[in-house]
Design a protein. Structure first.
Lengths: 501, 504
């Protein structure tokens, strides 16, 4: 259990409450076409009503056909969350009138959803939590209404954009297993990470590809029964979810402390006012009149097909994190950072290639986390001009003693600016290869000693820091390319001669 | 001369066209003249499309000249106005779609178009195919060519009357609960309800999706076989269309039915049949027996439940299917101060009373608290009805409920309890109107094919029987129908339209 909920104040009546939270996540599926027609699903920023056809416009006489890729993506999600995939599932019509709903009903899944009974693991403040997943089902997105007013008359009007109508959507319903807004935030983070990992959704909340509604109730600690639940909608960021839940928990606690009762209702989060506002009561709730969609036969899931989807599914973040630690000997937090995004984890493993010694793995991890991340992010790493192969080339030179660390940093910068050249070519072109020639280094050391009499005197007089000036001068003379260990050894030898002399 | 080129069969017309004895333009003009001559009395079409027909006829002639004619190249066809056409308004008989021009063809229409068929017009229908007489059309009522004071039946009354009156060689209608067979029976022609899934529903304006099926309206069984073959088959746009191969239905008409077991369902003869209907049907059964078929009395005890089951399921689906007509995107819109008022006023002005009645019935049946008692129960009984047919056809084991496992090949029964009724006679009594479909609805609920064929006359009005078969046994039921047709002259009779207007 998280510690954050243990701050509940004792109520007037002496009752300590705990929050009971369940989340419903809606995620758009990353498919090329819409759920039930061939229109492009990549509608974001497209001019209004340009990604539409008779089917998603709901014209008379047209029929839906199921997008196989969407079923695959939702099935993969079910598998990733440890759900059982229903051998037979079906679509239903959810009936209500709204201008953004072209058919007057949404095709969804009601009593026989695609996937049932899974679990998700998330970490909060170093503590691992588990929450149940009730179900995963498929449906179609709605269009968008836009409200404006005529600048001349001030009269309000509404416009409808149906580009989004019919985009594949899945709803992931969580069990009411969360006990604090912070747990809800961590749950969402873990959920989004999984969806991104298996490549079924962008998880982008700002673009509306990932949405969350929450059910919140309070009950006395120790009670098994649930209190009246309030559904909260309109939370458009992870931060909004945590803020809205924190507000709502306190709102309900205040009512209960004052001896009041919680009304079962839907409330909307108002970001500007920082509070939830009543939208509709239980009595005003829609009767959606669900019934089986007669235009689509039930989906019978071939076990072999489902098995193939599971086999093709990317390794999940938790598994990969554990493997990075055990297989490559990475430190826990490095393994965690590298696996936060699949793109970074993929980059790491590609850069590592077959050279999977612990030493090399740690070297690669360090260069990615410390050096590469100064120039790219998890989002841009995949398109970075420094491909994993080119980083590997650089680290091969470094690990093989062909260049030193200073040169490696210089070559790293070059790799970004000359995307067609590999590390070895840059080293050759610029003559950056390690100078390991005993004679050349001894000559440079001799010159440095000759030219820095004061430093030599200081050093011999006991100021050991002066030695660095001599190393620097030697390195400078050799263009920074010298084998540092050799420079140190020869300098020590030459200084020892001076001491004797 | 015009008379000679109307009332041709497809085989006759095909021969004349292919031998270049007539042109498609001549055949089309003959039908357009016929339409001019009789349409004032029959009123089969909501929209006539003479210019489209003439253009298609010219193209058909080019195609015939090139030796690339298909079965329907140059054949005039009437299309029920619930079938979407990209070059003619498609109204569904409703004010809410009175100016709607679909940007696409229904798949069945596209298949006929691809063959080079001639579209002479969009035929009248009860609004959204909800009715049994065309009296629920928001435009006008079509008249029965056999007696202009009577209804043609419905909802496909326009297509049926057009074919019966010689305004087209064949027509396409659609069934939800008998809307092709019942009017075909009233107007003395052949009407087929194919197996659910046999013909794509894409572009058929939906009434009740789990029941809707496009159906041929023709003057002979052979024409019916041709038309079914042209429009049947899997369609990637309709997930409920069946992948089953489309056989050569015309070639299945061998006339041979010796040894065939024909089930005669007791209950169908106990539903208040008009005496002339029962006697004509019994006489037809004797004809089939003489052809070597064996008559087996069977029981389909749940038949009487079909009508109430239908009037729950069909309105329930309709209530959702018709929700899209909201005045927001297309069709009749009445803009008001609020969204709710816009919805209410657009739908109030756009829908007729029967449509509103069914939307309300269906909404009620699906409502929370009533769903289990109505919709779920109706679906259970629907399964019962389907199971009874399966057992009768020997496709399922006996369940001891009394139906037995008759193992019959086809089932023969009257198409409607009565002959065509008078216009206005039942329009104020929805229940009496609903009873017109009491014998056709079971096949729709079970999804099985059934063909209606003329089997005599009662008081100068056509009587019809239907031949039902197991799913995808269209070849078999058409073979029986055609074998019967060979022994009788009913399908060769023409309505007395020309007597009433001598010189036309």
């Amino acid at each position: 259990m998280s510690s954050s909920t243990k701050t509940a104040p004792t109520s007037v009546a002496g009752t300590e409450y705990e929050a009971v939270i369940g989340l419903e996540v809606h995620a758009q599926l990353l498919t090329r076409s819409k759920m039930f027609c061939g229109c492009s699903a990549e509608y974001f920023a497209a001019p209004p009503n340009t990604h539409v056809c008779p089917v998603c416009l709901g014209l008379p006489g047209v029929l839906p056909t199921i997008n196989r890729a969407a079923v695959e993506a939702a099935t993969m999600t079910g598998l990733a969350l440890g759900c059982a995939i229903a051998p037979v599932n079906k679509f239903d019509r959810k009936n209500y009138f709204y201008p953004d709903l072209p058919k007057g009903y949404q095709i969804s899944q009601y009593d026989l959803p695609l996937a049932l009974g899974g679990e998700i693991t998330f970490t909060l403040a170093g503590v691992e939590h588990r929450a149940g997943i009730t179900r995963v089902h498929m449906e179609e997105d709605t269009g968008k209404n836009m409200h404006a007013s005529d600048p001349a008359t001030g009269e309000g009007y509404s416009l409808v954009d149906l580009n989004r109508a019919g985009v594949p959507l899945m709803e992931i319903v969580g069990e009411p297993d969360l006990r604090s807004p912070q747990e809800a935030g961590a749950y969402l983070t873990a959920m989004r990470q999984i969806l991104r990992y298996i490549g079924v959704s962008t998880g982008n909340m700002e673009e509306g590809a990932f949405r969350c509604d929450a059910n919140v109730s309070l009950r006395p600690v120790g009670s098994a029964a649930f209190g009246a639940k309030v559904e909260i909608k309109n939370m458009n960021s992870f931060r909004a979810v945590e803020r809205a839940l924190a507000y709502e928990v306190e709102r309900q606690r205040a009512i209960l402390d004052a001896g009041g009762t919680i009304a079962q209702e839907t409330r909307g989060w108002n970001e500007d006012q920082g509070r939830t506002l009543a939208q509709r009561t239980k009595e005003e709730a829609n009767d959606y009149r669900y019934f089986p969609e007669p235009d689509l036969p039930p989906l019978t899931m071939d076990p072999a097909w489902v098995g193939a989807i599971g086999a093709r599914m990317a390794e999940l973040p938790a598994t990969r994190r554990a493997r990075f630690a055990s297989q490559y000997g990475l430190r826990e937090d490095d393994a965690r950072t590298l696996t936060e995004s699949r793109a970074v984890a993929d980059y790491f493993e590609a850069a590592l290639g077959d050279s999977a010694t612990t030493e090399r793995a740690r070297l690669t991890a360090n260069w990615i986390l410390a050096t590469l991340f100064a120039r790219v992010s998890a989002e841009t790493i995949g398109t970075s001009p420094l491909t994993p192969g080119r980083l590997r080339g650089l680290l091969d030179l470094l690990e093989g003693g062909k260049i030193n660390r200073t040169v490696a940093q210089q070559v790293f910068d070059e790799l970004f600016d000359s995307p067609d050249e590999d590390a070895a070519a840059i080293v050759a072109r610029k003559g950056l290869g390690l100078v390991g020639d005993d004679g050349a280094i001894r000559g440079a050391v001799g010159q440095a000693i000759a030219a820095n009499a004061q430093a030599v005197a200081d050093f011999l007089g006991g100021k050991t820091a002066a030695r660095g000036r001599l190393v620097g001068a030697t390195m400078k003379a050799l263009g920074g390319r010298a084998d540092a260990a050799l420079v140190n050894r020869i300098l020590d030898e030459e200084l020892a001669k001076g001491r004797r002399g | 001369m015009a008379e000679d080129l109307t009332y041709l069969s497809i085989d006759e017309a095909r021969g004349l066209l292919d031998r270049r004895e007539i042109s498609s333009v001549e055949l089309t003009e003959a039908h357009l003249r016929r339409i001019e001559a009789v349409e004032g009395r029959v009123k089969a079409f909501i929209t006539r499309t003479p210019e489209l027909a003439r253009e298609q006829a010219r193209l058909a002639d080019d195609r015939i000249k090139a030796g690339e004619a298909a079965t329907f190249t140059g054949i005039p066809v009437a299309l029920k106005d619930v079938l979407c056409t990209r070059d003619a308004p498609t109204t569904a008989g409703s004010q809410i779609l009175r100016d709607f021009l679909p940007p696409y063809d229904a798949t069945a229409v596209a298949r006929l178009r691809a063959q080079g068929a001639i579209f002479v017009g969009k035929a009248n229908t009860d609004e959204f195919a909800m009715g049994s007489s065309t009296e629920n059309s928001s435009f006008f009522t079509t008249h029965n060519p056999w007696d202009l004071e009577r209804v043609p039946g419905g909802s496909s009354g326009g297509s049926i009357a057009a074919v019966a009156a010689g305004e087209a060689i064949v027509g396409l209608g659609s069934e939800t609960g008998g809307s092709v067979r019942q009017p075909a029976g009233f107007c003395g022609i052949v009407g087929l309800k194919a197996t659910y899934g046999r013909i794509s529903r894409y572009g058929l304006i939906a009434f009740a999706s789990s029941l809707d099926q496009i159906g041929p309206a023709t003057r002979s069984v052979a024409d019916c076989a041709h038309l079914l073959g042209a429009v049947a088959g899997a369609d990637p746009r309709d997930s409920t269309s069946a992948p089953a191969e489309v056989p050569d239905y015309r070639a299945a008409l061998t006339g041979e039915i010796r040894g065939l077991r024909i089930g005669v369902p007791r209950e169908y003869f106990e539903m208040g049949l008009q005496p002339g209907v029962e006697s004509a049907t019994r006489e037809a059964l004797r004809v089939l027996e003489r052809l070597g078929a064996e008559l087996v009395e069977i029981s389909l005890p749940s038949s009487g439940l079909a009508l109430p089951v239908y009037y729950i399921i069909a309105p329930a689906e309709a209530s959702a299917n018709l929700a899209r007509y909201d005045g927001v995107k297309y069709g009749l819109a009445s803009e008001q101060d609020s969204l709710l008022a816009t919805y209410l006023e657009s739908r109030r002005a756009g829908f007729g009373p029967e449509v509103k009645r069914r939307i309300m019935l269906g909404t009620y049946a699906l409502s929370s608290g009533y769903y289990d008692a109505y919709y779920v129960k109706a679906q259970q009984v629907r399964t019962l009805i389907k199971d009874e047919f399966d057992r009768a056809f020997g496709l399922a084991a006996d369940n001891g409920a009394g139906a037995g496992t008759a193992g019959v090949d086809v089932i023969v029964a009257p198409t409607s309890p009565t002959t065509a009724f008078k216009i206005g006679e039942r329009s104020d009594d929805p229940l009496a109107m609903y009873l017109a479909d009491v014998l056709t609805i079971p096949a729709n609920l079970a999804g099985i094919p059934s063909v209606a064929i003329p089997c005599g006359f009662a008081d100068d009005l056509p009587v019809s029987l239907q031949i039902m078969g197991p799913a995808f046994a269209e070849e078999r039921i058409l073979r029986v129908a055609e074998a019967y047709e060979r022994q009788t002259t009913w399908t060769q009779r023409r309505p007395p339209l020309d007597v009433a207007s001598a010189g036309a």
